[in-house]
Design a protein around this ligand. Sequence first.
Ligand code: HEC
Length: 732
Amino acid sequence: MTLVASSGLTFCQQLPSGRGKEPFARICSSCHGLEVATGIRRTRDGWASTINNMRARGASGGDEEFTRILGYLADNFGPANSENLKVTDDHVGIRRPQAGIQGTSGGEWRTYGGDLANRRYSPLDQINASNFNQLQLAWRFKTDNFGPRPEYRFESTPLMVGATLYTTAGSRRTVVALDAESGEMLWMHNEHEGARGEEAPRQLSGRGLAYWTDGSEERILYVTPGYRLIALDARTGVPIKTFGNAGVVDLKLNDDQEMDLVHSDIGLQSAPTVAGDTIIIGAAHSSGEVPKSRINVKGYVRGFDVKTGKRLWIFHTIPLREEFGYDTWEGNSAEYTGNTGVWSQISVDENLGMAYLPVELPTGDYYGGYRPGNGLFGESIVAIDLKTGQRRWHYQLVHHGIWDFDIPCAPVLVDITIDGKPVKALAQATKQSILYVFNRVTGEPIWPIVERPAPKGDAPGEWYSPTQPVPTKPPFFGRNGSTTEELIDFTPELRAEALQIMSKYKVGPIFTPPVVSKVDGPLGTLVMGYPNGGANWAGGSYDPETHVFYVFSQGTINNLGLVPPDPGESDMRYVAGTAAVSSDAPRYRGVTVQGLPLLRPPYGHITAIDLDRGEILWQVAHGETPDEVRNSPALKGLDIPRTGRPGIIGVLTTKTLVIAGEAGTFTNTAGKRGALLRAYDKATGKDAGAVYMPMGQTGSPMTYLLKGKQYIVVAVSGQGYPGELLAFTLPD
Ligand code: HEC
């Protein structure tokens, strides 16, 4: 059985009166609808055992209150009162979630981001600072055998509905349903897609799946590597015959453009978004450092009917000739340019009837010479109508992007207080470590965003935007651009060497453009956060009680240079690379000093941002110092504080904690390699506990309550360590 929070008052008013009505309505509605109880008839003994069962699941109240509830249920909902049943007939059992932002409720985790606002928040508090260190493995789930070979990059956030956990897993993106208490597999489904799957630009298990119910049917929806949308019966894993073509919608069809069904460069690794009866599907392409061509498939966004699989609407992320924004593409470039997909998660406000799309940049991550102009809706947040797909507002975060900033993660929908007034807002974390905050009804920035003059580059044929938008608040949550202040400073020698290295590159603040790489210099532009951010697909987390936003970001610095492609490699004039000093030199090179990062720490940190004030509350380095830093001969005898480690890390917020695993592994004092799942006091950022994991976190943690116990589940994987889910809970 699957249950969600009650729709509340209107139903309560129909309850028979009696002394037990108040505690029943209050206590029994905190995890599911009251009709779950009032829709059935039980003897006094039956109700007594139900109540005991609910107390074991976490129903809290005094003994006296439960006695009153027992009397009330026995009197009004005993075997003799069957006429009451008609009141609730169509409400018994599974209920549809209420429209709008409801957060995780009833201890469940029903969507990828916890709720459609992508807040990654749960109010559960059984696991807290007093007991986090005592967490034990409840179960673990290995994914090695899902697919023809193991997967070493397991990025899922599972869902938990009722008592079942759903996840994608393995190198074939298998869907599995597990008993959320024991980890036992209940069913699995996979698709053998042949060449279409093997050539897919976005392979492996992806980031997750979606759940839908109308109160009687329950469905799981996911997108295969070969870009097909599949609907499964959530109870059995069997495809839904009446959806699309025997359970399948071919996403390469009916997309307002022609494409090759096998070889075309389009797919999706994120979880579909399901809001009401609409499924929203974006698109991802091969990564664009060295695009084969300036011509590519376009990444449109579509809405589908969850019952039939029928296409409801389409939003052209590159406008058609007659549509708004077409004129921001000079020289006909909208006709052939592709990408501009929404490869990350989409957020929805069902009350406003709007979906929020984080759109990536157009074809060519670092060279835009074939797409002159600002190129809407590249690197824009676009709010569209959930029913029609029509644009309501948009805001371009980067004009004519040439840094691969994309917009890598879900906009988080936040209800904040500005000047004493409630504001429905949206907070967008980015690779450039800037949080952009908008009124999500109107698209107006909450704090002014200023168009600042942007440095012009000299790559032949490139088009440069004269200005770029920069928010005045909140302060950047990580570093971007490149300046000498950010260089390694453990010792004067290392710093001097770092300055020496830096002199071979072009440096400057954010929006300093890439340069053509020359052996005699500059070798390229040094960019912090290139190519993976700052923040990336894991995005942030938001606490609806305190209005604080939490986000992990990494501190890395890399060389972004342009080189002509090798013969036959691309029809672009330039692709990413570094002028070869020798013919076998690697094309992409991290920039290091004596094997140490050129940048000073932190290499990874978590930031807490107060969204009512637009101010940073605290920042902590996240992750133990990497072995190569700790064991570096250059640092012998020095006391290096915790540096954090780079990676892509999702954070989970609960009643009192911010929880996140570390990226990659380190060797602990006992000589054991592993990573820690860490908790921080969400108010202060202070350490609040940590437990050992055999590998670093690669999926984002989620949490749920089942039979009165709170669980935290996180996906781990890494080099030589195939994907695994770890489920933690407290000892009995
Ligand atoms: C802490 C959360 C929580 C609270 C509070 C809670 N329940 Fe439940 N209840 C659940 C969960 C979870 C299920 C689903 C269990 C399952 O799938 O078997 C459930 C299922 C039920 C069911 C259907 C299963 C059955 O026994 O037939 C009934 C009836 C029920 N609850 C009655 C109550 C009553 C009465 C109260 C108030 C005393 C209450 N619940 C309070 C979590 C809760």
